[in-house]
Design a protein around this ligand. Structure first.
Ligand code: SF4
Ligand code: MG
Length: 316
């Protein structure tokens, strides 16, 4: 089932909800929200055919600020709910999002198990190295030995590597963006949405309230004598993570190895598409996996008027 286009041309303002926004001034979440709305308009997505799911955290409020269907789910549980939404109605574009603590910590099991299904959704992770909503405790992406202004002691555990984790889990589109570069982040989000399969975009997000290490000035190199950015775009160095022949296992392995290798580059940090392969999606294999959904999406089945008395009788 293809996603229905809007009846008239839509613009960024068609995706803005008229609700008070209570993020802190200067929060990188504003950049990610603007990037999402820009990407939706670029792709001419029908707001009536768009569902945005979120976990818990500052970023979890995002669906409230977008004019589309929204579902603010539980801590770490956004992916199973988004998966259910997508399987129930394949005529809807599904975008899930949440913080790095939500997705890579509390929701790590769901993150891994969602990757191996390759359901067609886009997952945006707001990576700010802290749990912002609960006053800035270290999240799983903070590296060992680091201490933000909200922490009494240095982090005593190693940080995780989200890109390497996504490669291992089986995501078929893996990219990184920077929240304060709206134009570039919007372009990456648009490519992630266009990709058929599970897409992860790890977005480096500033949290000026609790994280005084990974700030706008730090990412953009204002403290360096040469004032060079600590970020670079993979395509500017000739790297292309797109798998040309997904039936070739050697190419798949080589591109995965390339993505993992680049995910350990720490200065400058690569942005862009680390890995992309067009492989069979869960929906394309649904007839062998969930035969009942092969012909009609759950959202269109008349489940409310079904006679369940034989089922109840059988359970007596
Ligand atoms: Fe943004 Fe940090 Fe404030 Fe949360 S606490 S709204 S992440 S700046
Ligand atoms: Mg966080």
């Amino acid at each position: 089932m293809s996603v229905e286009a809007p009846a008239k041309k839509v613009s960024v303002k068609d995706f803005r909800a008229d609700l008070h926004n209570d993020w802190c001034p200067g929060c990188g979440d504003f950049g990610i929200l603007a990037s999402m709305q820009t990407a939706f308009a670029q792709l001419q997505i029908n707001p009536d055919r768009l569902a945005v799911f979120s976990g818990i955290g500052c970023s979890g409020k995002t669906p409230h600020y977008i004019n589309a269907y929204g579902f603010h789910t539980l801590h770490g549980r956004v992916l199973p709910v988004a998966t259910g939404g997508r399987l129930a109605n394949s005529g809807v574009t599904v975008v899930a999002l949440g913080g790095d603590g939500d997705g890579y910590g509390i929701g790590a099991g769901y993150f891994v198990n969602s990757g191996r299904r390759n359901v067609d959704f886009t997952y945006l992770v707001h990576t700010n190295q802290v749990y912002g909503l609960t006053k800035g405790q270290a999240s799983p992406t903070l590296q060992r030995g680091r201490k933000t202004k909200s922490m009494p002691e240095r982090a005593i555990q190693d940080g995780i590597n989200p890109i390497a984790m996504a490669v291992a889990a089986g995501y078929t589109f893996i990219a990184r963006a920077y929240a304060l570069d709206v134009k570039y982040t919007a372009s990456i989000i648009a490519k992630a949405i266009q990709h058929k399969g599970s897409a992860l975009v790890d977005v480096l997000q500033t949290c000026p309230t609790y994280n005084d290490l990974y700030t706008k000035e730090w990412y953009e190199g204002a403290d360096l004598p040469e004032k060079r950015s600590r970020l670079y775009k993979l395509e500017d160095k000739g790297y292309d993570g797109v798998v040309k022949d997904p039936s070739d296992p050697q190419e798949l392995i080589a591109k995965k190895a390339g993505a993992v290798a680049r995910s350990y580059e720490v200065d400058p940090i690569p942005l862009g598409i680390y890995y992309q392969a067009n492989l069979q999606t869960y929906e394309e294999a649904v007839s062998e996996r969930i035969p009942a959904l092969a012909t009609t999406p759950l959202a269109e089945l008349d489940v409310f008027h079904r006679d369940v008395s034989p089922l109840l009788e059988a359970m007596r």
